[in-house]
Design a binder for this molecule. Sequence first.
Ligand code: F6P
Length: 550
Amino acid sequence: MNADGRTRLNQTPEWTSLAKHREELGEVRLRELFAADSGRGAGYTLQVGDLHVDYSKHLITDETLRLLRELAAATDVFGLRDAMFRGEKINTTEDRAVLHTALRAARDAVVEVDGENVVPAVHTVLDKMSAFAEKVRSGEWRGHTGRRIRTVVNIGIGGSDLGPAMAYEALRSFTDRELAVRFVSNVDGADLHEAVRDLDAAETLFIIASKTFTTIETITNATSARDWLLAELKAGPDAVAAHFVALSTNAEKVADFGIDTANMFAFWDWVGGRYSFDSAIGLSLMIAIGPDRFREMLEGFRIVDEHFRTAPAESNAPLLMGLLGVWYGNFFDAQSHAVLPYSHYLSRFTAYLQQLDMESNGKSTGRDGHPVDWQTGPVVWGTPGTNGQHAYYQLIHQGTKLIPADFIGFAEPVEDLLPGLVSQHDLLMANFFAQTQALAFGKTPDEVRAEGVPEELVPHKTFMGNHPTTTILARELTPSVLGQLIALYEHKVFVQGAIWNIDSFDQWGVELGKVLAKRVEPALTEGAEVAGLDESTRALVAKYRELRGR
Ligand code: F6P
């Protein structure tokens, strides 16, 4: 404890031991670690549900893992975890419980918030969503002119967009291919324009997804979508009911917008936006894949929830992944973390994780209100692996930065892949395995020379290796496996926030930009004198107006 009565994370004995251990490890080489332990590849693995997690290619020893677990114990990660599952208000700056885990709780489970079991309400909404999804899928739900729905357009942003958009791509092969789902998020009118320009309004259903129902991008797009629909149908406001539904916690605002609250699917303030995908926010996905598949996905989430809640520290996958991130971020100064899926269907997965991780742990104030003086959340980035190989992998292999990476791959291609394309899967996965090997073990100058490479090119063709990766392998990308993957990352992010002593469930950092945008807009449109504009921004606004001929 310091003179000011605070215990700082980076002055705890557990942290200091890790820093000392890091020094002792020095330039530890993965080649040496594997040479010293022939069972390392098989030993440093975990199984959680259908996910096989291999963490052998990390710059760690048994001692590292022991010390990291001690840090987790000292920061009471499991204590905070239990408080979260119990429904305690661990989101202290917003005074809210954090209960996305209740969204996938079994029907007979009991999870209380302020003394009330929230699980029955969760299942009431799921049942209402299921009935609605079936009506749309079967064609029973009709548009204003009596035609069935062929396209669903989800309008939302952040957590009200990224989850369903990612999962719709991920589970394409499970979707009803006769029913298209599109996603509009950007307030740039181009987004909505491209989404609706070739649609028949009579066959289009808009889902307005917004937890608060006040988000300017979403409400603006929703209003424009309503105008478009009514103009296309040459109809009055009574046409809205058959073409607009809302997903929100804010019934009053939904009604103000003109959507019948009978067509609203609710969720609750104990669900954070970026944790809301398995709430009503998933309605577009449920329409696409059907309620049964959606419930399979929820079961996948639940498998990992149970694992995180009950597995001991030694075999707890989210704990381990969180600790590895702490190890590199805080003791190797790694600034970023790459997530590289070897599945085209996971093309939006990393974008989804960006919000999950960076909006949760991009914080510099501790839960105690004091600045933290240790690194917190990493920059999360990445795209499907093989494409990345021909773009930015050069930097991972031979650049100057340490970039820990997660490789996610599947043994089987999706079931409905054209038979002629199935053989490509082995080629895809050969790349998957080859890359983690190359990253870990590289190619020494002697190995390069042995290939007859001229001496002046040897340094250029040498691969230093020692780039740490986690490999996550599953048999197939199913709804359940997707749920498992998402829950794995949700809980990993939780672990890191707990250790760094930050509130992973607020997002005050997005507010200032919103306020300033509101303030600047009249300067753009009317040339209004806006108080508080700095000199640079004032000049840029003037230039913008000039370019727009205003
Ligand atoms: O501005 C950030 C944010 O609040 C996210 O946390 C959230 O997911 C997104 O905006 C959308 O919010 P809403 O669902 O309330 O429209």
